[in-house]
Design a protein around this ligand. Structure first.
Ligand SMILES: *Cc1c(COP(=O)(O)O)cnc(C)c1O
Length: 394
């Protein structure tokens, strides 16, 4: 598919024109077939060797899953993509593909909670050293990269404190020591940020969030050069963390409105952030679109929109949150994010549920923080809803 077309056109047509669809259907069919049958051994053999297009077994490839991969590939401007049963499967399979004993990973303290568990708990016993740096501290990050770095792992904006990391600067530094650069683009989406254009080697997503957008399917995906994707695909096909065809279909369908949703979420989040910033009971608002945000200038350079995620703390900490959050009429109190409905929750039950109170404190996450994933509701209703819920705190 041509890459000089707009993101809305890409999210609608991407991945859907390269292959003939079933019996002239206009929509990608859900192919619920474990395997694909052949009439002669020679053709079967050629497909198995990759010399002819086709599918053999759905743990490896499947037509519905391939359409999903192709759509994300087009949106991220990548050569290739491969998918997984969840975002964590995308992350763990990618790390397992490229790391071996003696290697060294440099990353930030603010990565997703599950990713943090891999870094702190799963990699060190395999003889893989992990250096986690303060997220805004470029001096520390660059010093650690110089000490030895096989893989630099970044995430921006971060969860749940919504910090911004300079992808271009750190990718250039990591490449100077021959490291591979991986960026988790879940929060930004390819509508707001294109890490491969900024110098990353691999971009990955929890598709369960914005890509699907309707909180009804789990999935993960990575995009990169053909060579890198082939290596991760090979690990995943054997490891078996395969995306199911029905989930691939739900994600594909959700992605057709990706740009519409994300643009609306960018606008709603900006308005909510400005409203909260002026509220007397609100202590601090973390949103990269605000001039007061420490990463505002870098966000302006590397993002075309500031995203739908924000977080804020209120006076009175966790007790205050327990009082006002349940009063919101138009927000789920839940652990997911990035869907059409507004979703709220404190890190203690969402992003950092796996961590102890001490670990959250060490990561600079106040117990009284609220993560706010802006939906596509009418903005007046979201602000009125916050107003009535926060009014109990006065
Ligand atoms: C949710 C999330 C993940 C994990 O994805 P799952 O699909 O839940 O496995 C990884 N990174 C970020 C930034 C996320 O928000």
């Amino acid at each position: 598919m041509r890459t000089n077309i707009g993101k809305s056109t890409q999210s609608i047509w991407g991945g859907e024109q390269e292959h003939e669809l079933y019996e002239r259907s206009t929509q990608v069919p859900v192919v619920h077939s474990v395997s694909f049958a052949y009439k002669d051994i020679d053709t079967w053999h050629k497909v198995a060797l990759g010399e002819e297009p086709g599918h053999i077994y759905s743990r490896n490839t499947n037509p519905t899953v391939r359409a999903f991969e192709d759509k994300v590939k087009v949106l991220e401007g990548a050569q290739a993509a491969t998918s997984f049963s969840s975002g964590m499967a995308a992350i763990s399979n990618t790390l397992a593909t490229f790391l071996k004993p003696g290697d060294r990973v440099v990353s930030i303290k603010d990565s997703y909670g599950g990713t943090n568990v891999i870094f702190n708990e799963f990699l060190p016993p395999l003889g893989i050293e992990v250096a986690l740096c303060a997220t805004g501290d470029y001096e520390e990050l660059e010093t650690q990269i110089d000490k030895g770095c096989t893989l630099l792992y970044l995430e921006t904006p971060t969860n749940p404190t919504i910090k911004i990391v300079d992808i271009k600067r750190l990718s250039a530094k990591a490449h100077s020591v021959g490291a591979l650069v991986v960026v988790d683009n879940t929060f930004a989406t390819p509508i707001n940020q294109l890490p491969l254009e900024l110098g990353a080697d691999i971009v990955l997503h929890s598709a369960s969030k914005y890509l699907g957008g309707h909180a009804d399917a789990l999935g993960g995906v990575i995009c990169a050069s053909k060579e890198l994707v082939q290596q991760v695909y090979h690990y995943r096909e054997i490891n078996g963390a395969t995306l199911a065809p029905m989930d691939a279909y739900s994600l594909l369908r959700g992605m057709k409105t990706l740009k519409l949703r994300v643009e609306r979420q960018n606008d709603n989040a900006m308005a909510v952030a400005r409203y909260l910033e002026s509220h007397p009971m609100v202590e601090q608002v973390n949103y990269p679109g605000l001039e007061s945000h420490a990463g505002h200038d870098i966000a302006k350079q590397q993002m075309s929109g500031f995203g739908g995620m924000l977080s804020f703390s209120v006076h009175g900490g966790l007790d205050a949150i327990k009082k006002f959050l349940p009063r919101l009429n138009y927000a789920h109190m839940a652990a997911n994010l990035g869907c059409v409905e507004t979703v709220v929750g404190p890190p203690v039950t969402t992003s950092h549920v796996e961590c102890t109170a001490q670990e959250r404190a060490a990561a600079g996450i106040p117990e009284g923080l609220v993560r706010y994933s802006t939906g596509i509701e009418d903005i007046e209703d979201l602000i009125n809803d916050l107003e009535q819920a926060l009014s109990v705190l006065k």
